[in-house]
Structure formats: C-alpha cells, structure tokens
Design a protein around this ligand. Structure first.
Ligand code: BGP
Length: 456
C-alpha cells in the first residue's frame, strides 16, 4: 500500500545546540557538571565533543538538502548568545545564528527554532535556575532578544523542548544537574517553566511577528495495566503529572483541576502569585511539537508507600512491564507505534485538534558499526521503525488529525545527555575522531520518502 501525505507536509529532523555545536564562551550546567563529574558521562565524553556544527554548519545544511529536508529544528544556545544569561549579547553568536538561519532559508529548508533545549546557562543556575523567578524574567528577555534579532526570518518558534525532562532529571530522579530529589522543588521548577513559556509567548504576541509560536512536549501516553479502576486511576495520575502538567496550560490556558486538587491535598502546590493565572492563560500556543519515543505502562501501587521516603509520583503508581511488549533490542525502550496515533486522537477529541507535528521520533542503537556493509550502515531496523510510525501517523491524518509534519531525531549522530555517543540516532553516521559524515541507509530512504511525499 502507498501512504501519501498532505501537500507541504514538513519532512525533516531535529537537533539541539548543545548536542551539536561544540564549545562556546558561556558555560552551561552540562559543561560544569561534566568538568566536576566526568565519570557520570559515557566513556567520560562530555558536551565539548560534538559534530562541531559551529564550524561545519554549511556542510551540514548541504547534507540536510541531500536528505530532502524541507524543514529542520535546532535550538539557539542561551549561553552562547548571552554568556552570563542576562547581560551583553555576544556579536559572534548573532553572526553565527544569522548565517545558519539565512543559509537554511536560502536552501529551502524552513528553520524551526527552539529557545531552550535543556541547556541552562551556569550563571543562571547559580542563582537558583528555574526555582528563581528572576531566571523566568531573564529567559523572557532572552526570548525577546531572539525574536528581535531573528523573528523576521524564523517563522516557527518553540519556547521549550520537553520541559518536563529537566524537572524529572534535575529534581526528581537525579539524571540532570543540579541532582536534587525533592518533589516540591520539582513542582516549582515545572510551574516556573510554564510561566517562562507564557512570558515568551506574550513577548512574541506583543512584537506582532509574522510567524507562529509553540512548544515541544514529549507526550507519553499512559496505558493502565488493566481496566481495574485502581490501575485506570494510576494511569490517570501519571498522565496528569507527566503530560497534562504542560499540555493543559499551553493548549487550554489553565492547569487540570484534578492535578491542582491532588497536589493541594498533599500540600505540594508551588507558591503562586495572584496574577499568574492571567499570565498562564496568555501562554496559549499556535503550534504543538510532539516528541514521541515510547509510552508509559502504569499500574496501581502494589505495595504501601513508605512514609519515610520522599513524596514522589511513585506515591500513586508504579511502572509496569507489559508481557510481550515490543522492545528496541539495541536500547531498552519500548517500541509502540500506535502510541503516535493515540496522541493525535486525544488532541483531536479533547483539545480542539490543534495544529501540531511530530517534532521528534527516533531509535537509538548501540554500536551501530556492526551493521556496516560496503562502507555504509545498513540500518533497516530504523527504516522499519520510521515506516511503522508513519503508518500510524497517516491513519491519524486520514481521520482528520491536524498533524502537519514529521521530524526525526536526529540528523547526525550526536552527543547525548548522560549517554554521550552510546546510542546513535542519526540519518548520518559521525566519526567523532575524523568528523567524517556518511549517510546511512535510513537517510537515503528518508530522502526518497520526503521527495515523493509518500512511501510504500
Ligand atoms: C529527547 C531529547 C533529545 C534527545 C533524545 C534522545 O528527549 O529532546 O535531546 O537526546 O531524547 O534521547 P537520548 O539522547 O537520551 O538517547
């Protein structure tokens, strides 16, 4: 069967500044953390080891073109543009981003720009990061500067990439700096991120720019272990905490009442100001980016909560290993392509069918060199992964879901948070030593699919 996509469908991939650009003047939490604890990163390879997009942007944009991308998402590095987060703008950074944006547009590749992709300037973290409302204001100023500098040529902006991840990683589960485990502080960080998002949207609207503004959320459909009411309730709570804590404010302009009531009943609500509700209502978006990797399988807690342990989402539910689920054999993540369809149907039926696109989907694979045949990585598993997801995406679109494109994670093998180069995701293989770039079989397949706007 042939799967054809709507005209002007966005075909492309996503990446981020810190994972690709290479060293810069302004320090981020990642640079600081790596220098302090190099062994936390795979093989001690830190964020200074990248595909050096800062030097190779021209070659890489040529490669994007070869892959028939009509769009590409990357981020601006706050710490590159404003090294101390709040002071002077670095003119070299302005030149760099101007060149990249102009070259993308010239090559017919629409730039999609994220303002914050996990890379907090260290100077901002030193004053409390997202726990401090001054950082919310500093971010809003940074966003406004970006709109003023680049808003005439960038028509698709995203305030944050996966804002729940720094909350989980930095304040609940200890896999991002500052390695705090404290639910109340996590809730404050999440809340202030929503305020920061809303302030950036306000600034964008006030400037009357020609484009649109949105956010990128990693939506993880929460499936209960059974239809038993306790499991269904557990999945509902997981959905509130990990999806709707951001989805509802940005699409409905308010928090889900159930989430507020739940946190209130445990005395875990962050401190609010009376004017916050108005601000959050102003943060409604034009376009939603959806990152989808895997679903969340949830069951009600099988054992009682230990009252000595800190208050955590695990007070309400456990994750569940569904027997027979399909796993990525090269990395322990579940592969469940219908999840992409379920996300779109939920948006259609419960959120007014917003303009959206898949902003990340991808398959990380360890030690991909073992699949080299005649000098090229033959990643048929990745082609199968993409086509399976595209089939479900196509079904969603045929049922009126307002999904406008599909971006893969990622363009070129890149440095990853905590895992460095262990799991490779790219359409293009990167030799870190020589910086040589070689298109994988999946890159050729994607180029043909984008060109034809369809696949068989
Ligand atoms: C997403 C991030 C990306 C990227 C990807 C792959 O959550 O937006 O930045 O890293 O996941 O995950 P990982 O790098 O952990 O394998």
């Amino acid at each position: 069967m042939k799967y054809a996509f709507p005209d002007n469908f966005w075909w492309g991939s996503a990446s981020s500044a810190l994972q690709t650009e290479g060293t810069r003047e302004g320090e981020t939490t990642w640079d600081y953390w790596f220098a302090r604890e190099p062994n936390r990163f795979h093989n001690g390879v830190g964020p200074q080891h990248t595909s050096t997009f800062y030097q190779h942007w021209k070659t890489d944009i040529q490669l994007l073109k070869q892959l028939n991308h009509n769009s590409f998402r990357t981020s601006i590095s706050w710490a590159r543009l404003i090294p101390d987060g709040i002071g002077e703008v670095n003119p070299d950074a302005v030149d760099f981003y101007n060149q990249v944006i102009d070259e993308l547009n010239e090559q017919g590749i629409t730039p999609f720009i994220t303002l914050f992709h996990f890379d907090m300037p260290m100077a901002m973290q030193e004053i409390g990061g997202w726990e401090n409302r001054d950082v919310v204001d500093a971010y809003a100023r940074y966003a406004q500067i970006c709109f003023e500098l680049f808003g005439d040529r960038v028509l698709h902006w995203f305030t944050f990439n996966e804002p729940i991840v720094p909350v989980e990683g930095g304040y609940l589960y200890d896999f991002h700096y500052p390695n705090v485990v404290d639910f109340r502080r996590a809730a404050t960080v999440a809340y202030h991120t929503v305020l920061a998002h809303a302030k950036a949207v306000q600034a964008y609207r006030a400037g009357h720019y020609a484009g649109e503004i949105g956010i990128v959320l990693n939506l993880t459909p929460s499936y209960p272990r059974s239809q038993n009411p306790a499991d269904v309730k557990a999945a509902h709570v997981a959905d509130l905490m990990f999806n709707r804590s951001f989805l509802d404010p940005v699409l409905r302009g308010e928090y889900p009442a159930d989430l507020v009531a739940l946190l209130k009943s445990y005395d875990q609500l962050p401190a609010c100001k009376p004017e916050d509700g108005f601000l959050i209502a102003e943060g409604k978006i034009d376009l939603l980016g959806i990152n989808y990797y895997q679903p969340r399988r949830v069951k009600c807690r099988d054992s009682a909560v230990n009252p000595q342990s800190p208050f955590m989402p695990e007070w309400f539910f456990d994750s569940y290993e569904m027997p027979g689920r399909k796993m990525n054999p090269y990395r322990g993540w579940e592969i469940y392509a219908p999840g992409i369809y379920d996300i779109l149907i939920n948006l259609r039926d419960n959120y007014g069918n917003p303009r959206c696109f898949i902003s990340e989907n991808g398959m990380g694979v360890e030690n991909e060199q073992r699949f080299i045949e005649n000098g090229q990585i033959n990643d048929q598993y990745r082609i199968d992964f993409i086509s399976e997801h595209l089939t479900w995406l196509h079904k969603g679109i045929s049922e009126e879901c307002n999904c406008l494109g599909y971006h893969m994670w990622t363009f070129i093998d890149n440095w990853s948070w905590c895992n460095a180069y262990k799991n490779r995701y790219g359409f293009i293989q990167l030799d870190l030593e020589t910086q040589q770039r070689t298109i994988k079989k999946s890159g050729e397949w994607f180029a043909a699919t984008a060109l034809n706007n369809s696949f068989d």
